[in-house]
Design a protein around this ligand. Sequence first.
Ligand code: PMP
Length: 363
Amino acid sequence: MAGLSKRVRSLVRDDVASLSPYDPNFTPCRINLSANENTYDMPAKVRAAINEAIAATPTNRYPDPMSNELRDQIATWHGVRRENVCVGNGGDELLFNFFLAFGGPGKRLVDCPPTFTVYDIYSRMLGTSVVRCWRDPETFELDMTALLAMARTADMVIVTSPNNPTGNVIAPDDAARLCEACPGIVMIDEAYTEFSDEGVSCEHLLATHDNLVILHTYSKAFCLAGVRVGYVLAAPDIIEVLGAVRQPYTADVFAQAAAQVVTSMRGVFRPTIDTIRSERERLAAALGAIEGVHVWPSQGNFLLVRVPHAGIVRARLRDKYSILVRDFSSAPGLEDCLRVTVGTPTENDELTDAIASLVKEVA
Ligand code: PMP
């Protein structure tokens, strides 16, 4: 941590002293394509129903600590039982609880970078050792042979599918082999699954693999990033442990009410999700047609793009065009890479034009 005082350095745990606050480098801007949110606003009729539900929600009483009504709705949606569902304050909190319950000193996590860095941060925070199974440096596909070998001695394995920031997915057959190889717990983080092709989700494996955990969030496809609700699906004994380490009132009354409305109206989001999927392909083709730019295929609502002088391009996008994207150029394996969230057609056109001009400018 930069600027840690001598006093605090002498008091804080060693694991924590080396951490820095999570900073996605947010700057207010005109077009924000930096955080993989749904850049379409909440559909008006869902928003109206949320407003009504919130207006009818008392604030003087604690929330249902187990979020049971929401759990029941999620269970019906996914064809499981309440006992298979744990709700949290966003996927991030559920990940933290996962590490709290199953990680810690003496425990070993396998993850597959380049990937979501929060796994690494939570591992360090809780003293879990991390074994990295690097993805192919060019395609970012998983090295299944190496991953299966590493999984055999792992307490926890996390595979992100679609992977943030590279967009790759794990085939369900490979996920099944992973669960069979690993004596510990396998999490498939499906935060972006709603944007992927049919048949890509590993969720059906829950019926046959009791060491599988699937992570979901309402932050992406369902426009609730600001509200903070996520959930995991897993075998009842795993859910029980996650329930035991969880802070009781973490899903507040407004969050539970909003998530319940969204769940019951989830079909309304379909057209927007379909548009984001088709815009992703259009944007990938447009960016890929710019000389010197490489775009990887993606199953998420974002694209990984290699641009010459990415750091400068990212800064000029922000300062000259007021467009914010995420700079991954200093992350290992992601030299000159930016991650761009798929936006509305107008946002995507503006981004493409701006990158095309900047690539010429910085050449
Ligand atoms: N998993 C992945 C792969 C993510 O990219 C994110 C959000 N950036 C999350 C989980 C957590 O999302 P949230 O906390 O908003 O639910």
